[in-house]
Design a protein around this ligand. Structure first.
Ligand code: FAD
Length: 450
């Protein structure tokens, strides 16, 4: 069985005409099947059992019922439910973290579209692991751009190298509890104040809904450095051990359950000025740039989920359910649904590859405004399309299962819930639509000389 979808195969051949990438993808697919899928399944099985029952028996084993024992036992139950660290480690060893970075930075120098193909395979098996890597990659991509522009500190470059090697994991910290995530650049309250001699910054505030909150080593934190609406935000790198910085609440969630998700608290966290990324007051632009790239990785993961939903749908209608003595695939309404899903998954994948390819062109020519507009349109549209297709495909899967879909062991509802990460994460559809419309308007104005 091949792990590479036919649409991926065609794009890779068309863009690079090289079988090596396809062979690498096949090998990675096997790794994902052997390590990631069973780990994800095991945690799912554990979660579908009664966790309180497990908790109770562990407590009885301890024989004590004081607060400390209670907390330690609860932590053990939660830890046992997670995907084991060695599964992550094996993916890091495969080179995924450094795949799309140059060999000079310690990466594999593989083109970004091929990296998205790897993410699609990972997204098909485990959105939790996929998003963990995708977010860290988004931060590293941002730092790489600053390095290219010549405004990254030696410390920032060191962080970048450690992210590329997989030695460190990053979190992208933009959203806050007190503001709508969609309007965060205008409403941000986390602030960073320089010390009188300019040697450090003091960060105060909080960040919410942060992926990798508990697992990251380094946090890319957006903070207000002036009230100026256009140049008031800056970007900082904050190490986990920084005094005054702490992980707040960690939330159990119904979507991508195995990726850590929570709150970060900054109470006068002091970071040296070398932790400032690039130029002071340019954080909003850096954030948007990171999101333009990050949205392609989210799109790739969403395509993986959509493909999986379609595969499972086919299993149900071709081999599974029968009604009036016939498999569902024999009914015209089912055929129309299959055609719709197939077409939509292909469209989402093609848009994702196209956006990834445009990103590589933009990276090579970042001052070209025409290219920038096309790239932004492609990346935002790909995330919009792929997230909606993943949701629709998993919704169809839930429906075709009928009542069985609500049983915990049935994976269709998990896919549907997972699809919400792609819907909300890195911008809701309305924001993506606004961005696409804004860029199309700019294109029109440029064409007309307006
Ligand atoms: C699983 C998960 C992981 C996440 N990880 C991270 C992370 O690592 N780092 C991080 O910084 N953030 C993260 N987020 C937060 C994410 O970026 C925000 O959820 C997203 O930006 C939307 O913000 P919000 O949730 O506050 O929703 P809101 O912005 O409040 O939007 C809610 C709804 O309001 C409506 N709406 C919003 N804007 C408009 C508009 N302009 N026009 C019309 N209607 C509109 C839409 O119906 C929208 O669905 C994560 C979220 C999730 C669910």
């Amino acid at each position: 069985m091949s792990y590479v979808a036919s649409g991926q195969r065609d794009w890779i051949r068309m863009l690079y005409g090289d079988e090596t990438f396809l062979e690498m993808l096949e090998t990675f697919g096997k790794l994902v099947e052997q390590r990631v899928l069973p780990a994800e399944k095991k945690t799912e099985d554990q979660r579908s059992r009664n966790p309180l029952g497990n908790f109770k028996s562990l407590l009885e084993e301890e024989g004590k019922f004081d607060r400390e024992t209670f907390e330690r036992t609860y932590a053990r139950v939660r830890e046992e439910e997670k995907i084991p660290a060695e599964v992550y480690a094996r993916i890091v060893e495969s080179g995924l973290t450094g795949m799309s970075f140059s060999e000079e930075l310690g990466g594999l120098g593989i083109p970004f579209p091929i990296f998205t193909a790897f993410l699609e395979i990972l997204g098909k098996a485990s959105p939790s692991i996929g998003v963990r890597f995708a977010i860290s990659n988004t931060v590293a991509e941002g730092l790489r751009f600053n390095l290219g522009a010549g405004d990254l500190s030696a410390y920032g470059e060191n962080v970048l190298r450690r992210l590329v090697s997989g030695e460190k994991l990053a979190a992208f910290c933009l959203t806050e509890a007190s503001a709508s995530g969609s309007n965060i650049m205008r409403e941000m309250t986390t602030r960073a104040e320089p010390s009188s001699n300019g040697a450090s910054y003091r960060i105060t505030g909080n960040k919410m809904w942060i992926t990798n909150a508990e697992t990251a080593d380094v946090y890319a934190v957006f903070a207000r450095t002036s009230p100026d609406p256009s140049s008031g935000i800056s970007l900082f790198l904050v190490e986990r051990e920084t005094p005054g910085f702490g992980v707040g609440q960690i939330f159990e969630k119904r979507s991508v359950e195995n990726s850590s998700f929570g709150e970060l608290v900054f109470k006068d966290a002091v970071v040296p000025s070398e932790c400032l990324v690039g130029k002071l007051g340019r954080g909003a632009q850096y954030g948007v740039r990171m999101l333009n790239s990050g949205r392609i990785t989210i799109a790739a993961l969403a395509v993986g989920l959509a493909q999986r939903a379609l595969d499972e749908y086919m299993e149900v209608v071709v081999e599974g359910k029968k009604t009036a003595g016939k498999h569902l695939v024999e009914y015209d309404r089912t055929k129309a649904r299959i055609a719709e899903m197939s077409m939509e998954v292909h469209a989402a994948r093609d848009m994702t590859f196209h956006a990834a390819w445009l990103k590589t062109r933009f990276d090579a020519d970042p001052d070209n405004p025409d290219l920038l507009r096309d790239y932004v349109i492609a990346s935002n549209s790909a995330k919009l399309k792929a997230s909606l297709v993943a949701q629709k495909a998993s919704d169809h899967l839930v429906k075709v299962w009928g009542a069985s879909a609500v049983v915990k062991e049935n994976s269709s509802m998990k896919h549907y819930l997972d699809s919400w990460l792609y819907y909300f994460g890195e911008a809701v559809p309305e924001v993506l639509e606004n961005t696409v419309a804004h860029m199309e308007t700019k294109k029109y104005q440029a064409r007309k000389g307006l």
